[in-house]
Ligand binder design. Structure first.
Ligand SMILES: Nc1nc2c(ncn2[C@@H]2O[C@H](COP(=O)(O)OP(=O)(O)O)[C@@H](O)[C@H]2O)c(=O)[nH]1
Ligand SMILES: [Mg+2]
Length: 302
């Protein structure tokens, strides 16, 4: 909550969080912008609302155009993972055991008819994980797979891997083979599976959503699959934000400011950095300064 946000603003924000549809959301956001405090210290805050409005409008236009896809309004987050696999391989169970989502799980096929979305918080980052309906179903959304940063291939048998891999056209996404239901096997069989996957040079992990074996390793692999750096910002004299800004490696200060302020980065007059890219704590830096993972930055508007 920003400094001096008034009652009207609070009400608008409440409307926003309770909104059921995109157009209700849009109306609430515009009201938030109208009633937000308008002094210098709240510029970034107002910038954030403008950005939300812009993104919402874009996604509303997109879902109108594409008609079928984006049914549930899947908004591409910075870090997006899609789980793929044959039906019954445990995709919904994987989503459930790693995120806040609560999808339906059943031993009969084709239970997931709509995409389910969850958030995994790892290394301070919010990672969006999506469980899609089975490839064979009408509701399968190829667009989401094509845009994903990382794809989990969930299988319960080795020969399923090639089948799933062959159905994926996204060449850019990192792929992690998630061999599920490992609780059903003894140590000897587990070792055999491991060895076979190693010879095939897959990036893989053996897991069980029943016993939680391998889940931490999977989270770590997911995080490592993203080619990103985390930049923490903070208000001068305050504490840094818990959720970092996600940037590609070798980004400049200018790019970080633009990502946060979206069109308002010119208002930044100066900045200071603490952390890996600084020569000393609180070093004053210019627009072309290249930031590093875990930097903390303070921006000044005057
Ligand atoms: N033994 C065992 N069964 C599992 C595991 N993960 C999922 N299952 C079972 O496999 C079935 C299918 O799971 P589900 O998550 O719905 O698979 P989906 O169709 O790929 O989404 C359910 O009966 C689950 O209880 C696991 O790690 N071990
Ligand atoms: Mg499912």
């Amino acid at each position: 909550m920003p400094i001096n946000a008034g009652f009207e603003y609070a009400r608008a924000e409440e409307k926003y969080y309770n909104a059921q549809t995109d157009s209700q959301r849009l109306i609430a956001l515009e009201e938030m912008l109208r009633t937000a405090p308008a002094h210098k210290g709240s510029e970034r805050f107002r910038g954030d609302i403008r950005l939300k409005i812009k993104k919402l409008k874009e996604s509303m236009i997109k879902s109108k155009k594409s008609g079928k896809s984006n049914k549930k309004g899947i908004k591409k987050e910075d870090l997006q993972v899609v789980i793929m696999g044959l039906t019954n391989s445990g995709k919904s169970s994987i989503l459930k055991s790693m995120t806040n989502a609560n999808p339906k799980i059943a031993s009969y096929g084709f239970t997931t008819m709509q995409p389910e979305i969850g958030t995994l918080n790892y290394a301070n980052c919010n990672i969006q994980i999506i469980d899609l309906p089975p490839i064979a179903s009408d509701n399968f959304d190829h667009g989401v797979v094509n845009n994903a940063d990382t794809i989990l291939i969930a299988v319960e048998k080795i020969d399923e891997i090639e089948i799933v891999l062959n159905s994926i056209k996204n060449k850019n996404a990192k792929k992690i083979i998630v061999f599920n239901k490992i609780d059903l096997y003894d140590i000897k069989t587990k070792r055999k599976v491991s060895e076979t996957l190693k010879t095939k040079k897959y990036n893989f992990v053996l897991i069980s959503t029943k016993t939680n074996e391998g889940l931490e390793e999977l989270k770590e692999k997911i995080f490592k699959s993203f080619n990103i750096i985390r930049i923490y910002t903070r208000q001068p004299g305050g504490k840094e934000d818990n959720v970092p800004v996600i940037m590609p490696p070798d980004s400049t200060l200018e790019q970080v400011a633009e990502k946060i302020l979206h069109g308002y980065s010119k208002r930044i007059k100066s900045a200071k950095v603490w952390g890996p890219s600084s020569k000393f704590a609180g070093q004053k830096i210019g627009q072309k300064h290249v930031v590093k993972d875990k930097d903390i930055i303070e921006f000044y508007t005057e």
